[in-house]
Structure formats: structure tokens, C-alpha cells
Design a protein around this ligand. Structure first.
Ligand SMILES: *Cc1c(COP(=O)(O)O)cnc(C)c1O
Length: 445
């Protein structure tokens, strides 16, 4: 399964760049196998002082020489706009008037009732309605911010890759608004599952390039295209993975989700949430909700990954049919950063599978990897079937059509709610809308 992008970006001797390397016995033989890191890293992941781009021992920038300067330029620009009043005003206005923030913190009364025990006791369920953003998902928060940044860097065109399609649709829309050229790489497998997203991206004026395979293939191909046009094109990363500064930047632009949640919780019940729940594909919407609360020890955080199908695969091996990088993965390097990832006994990346295409990523955010390794975030899986049941449950109980990705978080409520005390406040990140998933769900019924 090793793609050529891996060959480009996984550290081979002489190509490793970690800002202020830590005194960790990283196996010095940096061949392209990642298993050898596992033992030394897991023991030190928790205690290290933060360095730019490092989350404990996770993260870093394991990239080919050619990317070092463009990433350094991006980091410098990102750091400067964070303190730039004009940028902040432009972004705030766009988030309000174009994206439609703030999104509601919705008290899901019927879902709450569904989880009450025979004494009428149970937790209170709230949904952070990121599905109501323009473009239908939380992805817009990051896309609009980076597109404004791209303009400030003088770039005329944007390259990206998408899986679920939400990131692609958001990017195409924002590029139209900001008069940026836009090229989006999509895997044929994802395109077949969600053809309407492809049409939307084209209507919004984007060039769509199909790549044989799934998101992994599309992502690798998009990076290759960017490498050919480093000077003129902006690579608009859709999620908090990849080499520094991308994980930090994308998380920062999505942390508006948690900041609003804190304010809204205070307004609604005069306190903090007790439990935060989010689905985890590459970990971006989860971090967007969690980041604001990391230091609030009383706030529990739960990430829910795709456990895959209970059915058997063509090969009859059903353990491989999942995308649970945090729960079942091991530490290694993927797409330029150290994180938990799915790999076989040889250290080769294995294919991530889920009914929700947006969860199909074999790696996961380095920051979320760190939060998992340090015990701050608990991680679980639910199956495709449980997610589809949760999709239908929310439709019937609340009249809300949430994405199949989001439905993984919702499905975990079945296990979580009976264990919670009466009145506990649970916030589920409703990461996106699931209109496009309806054909998939109906096909499975
Ligand atoms: C992309 C996407 C996800 C999965 O990605 P994360 O990086 O884990 O957030 C989840 N939900 C929706 C609606 C998405 O579009």
C-alpha cells in the first residue's frame, strides 16, 4: 500500500526535520519503517515541554528538503496573521456573514428523553450544530481562514484533496468568493459514493481531478501537484494532520467551535459541559471542540472512531475493515508527522475503511495522538451498523440529518449515556450534515 507520496515524505536518512529534537532515543536508522519507534516513544509521550510543532513526541515535520522552505514561510505567515488586527476582523466578518456563525448549541430534548432510565433520570444531550455552517460542515471554519491567508500570501490558486466532499465543497465555495483558482483531487472510490459533491464542486467553479483509489491516493496526488507549483499555489490542508505548522494552524482555525461552546454552556446552564463527544477521522472536528477545554480537568473528552463493518470482507478478514488509528493503530510517521496510524507487521500503511468516507484516514492528528497517549482523551469505536442506526435515530427523534461521520459520535451515546449521572451535560459535535449520505443509508436498509 506504500504510495509514492510516502516515499517522498517519510523520513529517509538526512531528510528529517524536527524543531528542537527531543532527547529521545529515536531509532537512528530512519528507514521508511515506523514500527521501530513505538516502544521508546510511548513512554515519553506525556512529559515533554511543548515545542513548536511537537505534541509530546508526536508531530514534527518529516518532509523532503523541497518542502522545508514553503512550510517555514507558511509558519511565519500564520504566526503573523494571528496577531494581525485586519486579518482577524476580515475572518470574524466572514465567519459571521458568510459562514453563518455562531452555530447553535441545541438541546436535543427527544434524544435526551430516549436515554432516560425508568426513573426518568439521565444526562442532557446538546448538539453543537456545525452542520449549519455554510457548506454543511465544520470544515468551513478552517477553509475560509486559510483562503484569506492564501490571498495575503499573494497566491492566485489553491490545491487540495477531499474525501467526504465537505472539505472540497467548502474550498470550492470560498475560492469562488475570494476569486482564487481552485483544483481539487478526489479519489474515484469516494466520487462513486458521493457523486453529488463532485457536481457541486464543479458548479462552484473548481477543477476536479479524479485519482484512482480513495482519499489516501487523492491526498498524495494533490501534494505531488503542489510540489510542481510551490511558488504560485497554496496548498489548503483540510485537516489537522501533516507536517508542522499544518496541525497547529488547522486546529487553531477550528478552535472557534470549543470557544463558542464554552460561552453557550455558560449562558444555557451556567457551567461547563461534563462530557464532550466527537467523531474522529483525522481528528480535526474533535480538536476543534476539545482544545478550548483541555485544561478543564472536570470536562471529559471522548473521541469515537470508525470500527468498520461487522460483515466480513471479500478476503474474509474483518479485522482490517476499520479506521481506528487511535484505538487500534501504532505510532509511526505518516504524511510528514509522527502519529498513531494503521500499519501492517512490516510498518506499511494499511487501508482505512468505513461507511463514512470522511473517517477513512489511516493516520490521525498528532495533537490528538498526544492527548490520547497522555490519557486526556478517551477513544472508542463503533461499527458501521451502529453509526447507520444512529443516523436514522437522529432523523426520527430530532428531525436532524447528521453526516455518517457525525453519526459515529452519536452512536457512542448508546453506551455512554447509561453510565452517566442524572443531569450530566453532554455536548456532541454535530460535525456536518448528512443529506449526501441518505442514498448510502437507504441502500443499507
Ligand atoms: C471531514 C469530516 C469528518 C472527519 O474528519 P475529522 O478530521 O476527524 O474531523 C467528520 N465529520 C464531517 C462532517 C466531515 O466532513
Amino acid at each position: 500500500m506504500a504510495s509514492s507520496f510516502q516515499k517522498l515524505s517519510i523520513p529517509c536518512v538526512g531528510e528529517v526535520v524536527i524543531p528542537n529534537p527531543e532527547p529521545v532515543n529515536l531509532n537512528t536508522n530512519l528507514n521508511c519503517r515506523s514500527k521501530s519507534y513505538t516502544k521508546t516513544l510511548s513512554t515519553v509521550a506525556v512529559e515533554k515541554t511543548p515545542t513548536a510543532g511537537k505534541f509530546g513526541s508526536f508531530g514534527g515535520a518529516f518532509v523532503a528538503e523541497v518542502l522545508i522552505a514553503p512550510l517555514a514561510e507558511l509558519e511565519a505567515k500564520f504566526n503573523s496573521v494571528l496577531h494581525d488586527h485586519e486579518f482577524k476582523m476580515e475572518l470574524a466578518t466572514a465567519l459571521k456573514d458568510y459562514v453563518g456563525r455562531e452555530t447553535p448549541l441545541y438541546h436535543a430534548q427527544n434524544l435526551t428523553n430516549h436515554y432516560k432510565n425508568i426513573n426518568g433520570e439521565g444526562p442532557e444531550i446538546y448538539l453543537k450544530r456545525e452542520d449549519l455552517n455554510h457548506g454543511g460542515s465544520y470544515k468551513m471554519n478552517n477553509v475560509i481562514a486559510q483562503a484569506i491567508l492564501a490571498k495575503r500570501m499573494g497566491r492566485k490558486s489553491v490545491i487540495t484533496a477531499t474525501s467526504a466532499g465537505h472539505h472540497g465543497v467548502a474550498t470550492a465555495a470560498v475560492c469562488a468568493k475570494l476569486s482564487l483558482e481552485c483544483t481539487i483531487f478526489v479519489g474515484t472510490r469516494d466520487m462513486q459514493r458521493k457523486p453529488s459533491n463532485l457536481q457541486l464542486m464543479k458548479l462552484l467553479g473548481a477543477k476536479v481531478k479524479l485519482v484512482d483509489g480513495n482519499f489516501q491516493a487523492a491526498a498524495s496526488e494533490s501534494i505531488r501537484a503542489w510540489l510542481e507549483n510551490l511558488e504560485t499555489d497554496y496548498y489548503l490542508a483540510g485537516t489537522a494532520v501533516g507536517p508542522h505548522p499544518i496541525p497547529t494552524m488547522v486546529r487553531e482555525f477550528n478552535s472557534v467551535i470549543g470557544k463558542e461552546t464554552r460561552k453557550q454552556a455558560m449562558e444555557k446552564w451556567g457551567g461547563k459541559p461534563d462530557v464532550l463527544v466527537a467523531c474522529v477521522g483525522s481528528g480535526c472536528n474533535a480538536l476543534g471542540l476539545f482544545h478550548e477545554f483541555i485544561r478543564d480537568e472536570s470536562v471529559r473528552m471522548i473521541g469515537v472512531e470508525g470500527g468498520g463493518s461487522m460483515g466480513t470482507s471479500e478476503s474474509g478478514d474483518h479485522d482490517e475493515l476499520h479506521c481506528a488509528s487511535l484505538v487500534r493503530g501504532e505510532i509511526g510517521v505518516y504524511h510528514g508527522a509522527m502519529c498513531y496510524l494503521l500499519q501492517d507487521g512490516e510498518g506499511h500503511i494499511t487501508t482505512a475503511k468505513s461507511v463514512a468516507s470522511g473517517l477513512e484516514y489511516p493516520g490521525v492528528s498528532p495533537e490528538l495522538s498526544f492527548l490520547k497517549a497522555s490519557g486526556r482523551v478517551d477513544c472508542y469505536t463503533v461499527t458501521d451498523e451502529e453509526a447507520v442506526d444512529a443516523y436514522k435515530r437522529l432523523c426520527r427523534l430530532e428531525g436532524i440529518i447528521a453526516a455518517l461521520e457525525t453519526s459515529h459520535a452519536l452512536a457512542y451515546l448508546e453506551k455512554l449515556c447509561p453510565t452517566l449521572p442524572h443531569g450530566a451535560k453532554v455536548v456532541v459535535n454535530c460535525s456536518g450534515s448528512g443529506y449526501n449520505d441518505a442514498p448510502i443509508v437507504l441502500n443499507m436498509s
